[in-house]
Design a protein around this ligand. Structure first.
Ligand SMILES: NC(=O)c1ccc[n+]([C@@H]2O[C@H](COP(=O)([O-])OP(=O)(O)OC[C@H]3O[C@@H](n4cnc5c(N)ncnc54)[C@H](O)[C@@H]3O)[C@@H](O)[C@H]2O)c1
Length: 309
């Protein structure tokens, strides 16, 4: 059996801890180090080699790859020195706040994989294969819903930090639409709800509803919500000329187990890519496309809805 892939985690916050929990006992990937400036956050991952900064880590590391899970506003700043040091990087989505930021990382070169975990959900891979085989006929309509149970902190939601709902949540759906159908988003419009959560965060409304036109002639509806009392739900429905499929890949009950499973598959695929194999997840080009779709949606909503701005 080959040696375990030695992974370092940069950023031990909400998502970093989710990765750490999902990777515990992984067959091929061993989380051995954490880079985290905040002592209480680092203390939640005992037993790992701990570094306080990327600079300290880059000069002392002994790992095979790095998972970057810092706030989105820091993706470029944190991932750049890692890539320049020749380390393979799996960067949490969205991989920068804008398409231009993602392009900046692309120019750095090196092995850069983007952590859009839906690409590692078996039921979605099966749906994609079904679409590619033509079992559903010609795809005419796709509906995507992503509803979180409750909003993250106001500091996280701040568009200057996360990009706001259309970037933070939207990139998952824009990437899913492209990956499932092989079609590009050509045009998008929509509305933001004026219902406020406490505290309201400008640029991160409680929910948004979008309509999009895809390059192959299909239409798409995307709903994003920060609050869904029964629990976090993610689902997609594809309607074609010969059939239709509805996949609730994160159900309100036990949804986290499905996400954790995808994170484990994603980490194993990253190890393969870091060792010179093919990366089967989202590329930096995919991240640019998803971010540009989010920027188009922001522009559309800003022109339409004062609740968004
Ligand atoms: N894929 C998903 O479904 C998903 C879900 C949630 C969050 N995310 C992404 O994960 C990223 C992190 O989000 P979060 O909710 O965990 O944020 P968070 O604020 O909870 O955690 C970020 C952590 O990074 C640490 N940090 C800040 N600067 C750092 C630096 N220079 N070096 C090392 N550590 C540093 C912070 O101290 C904190 O512990 C975001 O980009 C977000 O978009 C992805």
């Amino acid at each position: 059996m080959s040696e375990a892939f030695r992974l370092a985690l940069v950023g031990a916050g909400r998502m970093g801890l989710t990765h750490a929990r999902a990777l515990a006992g992984h067959e091929t990937v061993a989380l051995i180090a954490v880079v985290e400036p905040v002592d209480e956050a680092a203390a939640r991952l005992p037993g790992l080699r701990r570094y306080r900064s990327v600079d300290e880590f880059v000069h002392a590391h002994d790992v095979d790859g790095v998972l970057v899970s810092v706030p989105t506003r820091l993706h470029v700043e944190v991932a750049t020195p890692l890539l320049e040091a020749g380390l393979p990087v799996l960067c949490e989505k969205p991989c920068g706040l804008t398409g231009d930021e993602a392009r900046e990382l692309q120019r750095t070169g090196g092995v850069l994989c983007v952590a859009l975990w839906r690409r590692f959900v078996p039921s979605l891979a099966a749906l994609r294969a079904q679409i590619a085989r033509g079992t559903l006929g010609v795809v005419s309509h796709v509906l995507c819903s992503q509803w979180d149970e409750r909003p993250p902190s106001a500091a996280f939601r701040d568009p200057a930090s996360s990009g706001g709902i259309l970037v933070d949540m939207g990139v998952h759906e824009f990437d899913l639409l492209r990956w499932l159908t092989g079609q590009e988003l050509e045009d998008v419009c929509g509305y933001a709800s004026t219902v406020t959560s406490e505290p309201p965060v400008p640029g991160d409304p409680e929910s948004v509803s979008l309509a999009a036109r895809l390059s192959g002639g299909a239409t798409a509806l995307v709903t994003l919500g920060r609050r869904h009392a029964p629990g976090e739900v993610h689902r997609v429905e594809v309607i074609g000329t010969e059939g239709a499929e509805n996949v609730e890949f994160v159900p309100a009950r036990d949804g986290q187990a499905r996400i954790d499973d995808a994170l484990r598959h994603q980490a194993a695929a990253f190890a393969t890519a870091a060792r010179g194999g093919e990366w089967t997840g989202a590329s930096i080009e995919d991240a640019v496309a998803a971010l540009e779709a989010a920027e188009a949606a922001i522009a559309a909503l800003n022109g339409r809805s004062s609740a968004y701005g």
